[in-house]
Design a protein around this ligand. Structure first.
Ligand code: CMP
Length: 143
């Protein structure tokens, strides 16, 4: 299996509720290497840019208002098969459908306030990582 990178976000609900540390612990326990991380409050326009693919959908306004409502923590995560592994760890978008033991099952409040984000492909992970981080902010393995 190939080593991949994916873009994760600990969303404003999880930061506000004090779950960022617990989510980071799960990330490390699952064997992901954190290659980049920052705390940032998106403007509405930045949230709209990040989620541009969803523009026009009924939840776009709610989503971008929520994502700009408080600080969030984007991270670049790396491990073998990282895109699928992170999506498995976070669980279904709607926490009502999320499996036991997943991050969304334990920390998400609703489909809108769902604690974390994960890229859906390696290519989108690269594009999304570049949305938040300059090249020099993504730290390569020093080994
Ligand atoms: P995320 O993985 O960040 O990608 C797009 C987000 O849109 C998704 O998580 C949800 O938080 C949000 N979303 C999807 N469907 C709905 C919906 N029906 N109502 C509100 N938000 C939604």
């Amino acid at each position: 299996m190939a080593v991949e990178r994916t873009l994760a976000i600990i969303k404003p609900d999880a930061v506000e509720n004090g779950h960022a540390g617990a989510i980071l612990q799960r990330i490390e326990a699952a064997g992901f290497a954190v290659r980049a991380m920052k705390l940032i409050r998106l403007t509405k326009a930045e949230a709209e840019g990040f989620y541009a693919v969803h523009r026009g959908k009924p939840f776009f306004e709610e989503l971008t208002t929520f994502m700009s409502s408080g600080p969030c923590i984007p991270l670049v995560l790396e491990k073998e098969n990282a895109v699928a592994a992170w999506r498995e760890l976070i669980g279904a978008t709607n926490p009502a459908n999320a499996a036991e033991g997943t991050i969304r099952k334990d920390y998400a409040e609703s489909v809108g306030r769902n604690a974390v984000h994960g890229s859906d492909s390696v290519e989108n992970g690269r594009l999304e990582a570049n949305y938040f981080f300059a090249e020099h902010e993504i730290v390569a393995n020093q080994a």
